[in-house]
Design a binder for this molecule. Structure first.
Ligand SMILES: [Zn+2]
Length: 160
């Protein structure tokens, strides 16, 4: 009960700020020559931590944006009053982690350039909010067009 009330008290401005943190993390990764996917974990409208994909920067294939943000957040007693913001639809690995950690809500920038696992998330009771942010679509389309091999590697496809 408490978690739903906490989330409901979040203002539009707080959602906006948390999502912008995820977007800026993606932009930072892009500037570093990495894959432009960012994420942020927030509680009561306040960002706990953020992160971005680190496949290129750290040679870490598990460090998707969501995973990096969760790692940066460190140990949490509970995630039931948190929201995870991410610029792109979560993959199966990140979806599994969201389910395992019992994160109740995910706010996603876009699911056009990568479908992700919305159905699996929703089937496990996770609320999925898709912003369909054109900045995120442009960011990923440009990246995918310019780096097809790297993108294919990140989503475990032979070709893209
Ligand atoms: Zn992922």
């Amino acid at each position: 009960m408490a978690s739903a009330c906490e989330n409901d008290r979040m203002t539009h401005e707080q959602h906006h700020t948390a999502f912008e943190t995820a977007y800026q993390a993606a932009q930072k990764s892009l500037r570093e020559g990495g894959i432009p996917i960012g994420a942020a974990l927030a509680r009561d409208g306040l960002v706990i931590a953020s992160g971005h994909n680190e496949r290129v920067q750290n040679g870490d294939p598990i460090a998707h944006g969501e995973m990096s943000a969760l790692r940066a957040a460190g140990r949490q007693k509970s995630y039931r009053d948190t929201t995870l913001y991410t610029t792109l639809a979560p993959c199966a690995m990140c979806t599994g982690t969201i389910i395992q950690f019992k994160i109740p809500r995910v706010v996603v920038g876009e699911g056009r350039t990568f479908g992700g696992e919305f159905e699996l998330l929703r089937s496990r009771g996770v609320e999925v909010v898709v912003l369909d942010d054109p900045r995120c679509v442009d960011m990923m389309r440009t990246f995918q067009d310019n780096n097809p091999a790297l993108w294919a590697e990140d989503i475990a496809e032979e070709d893209y």
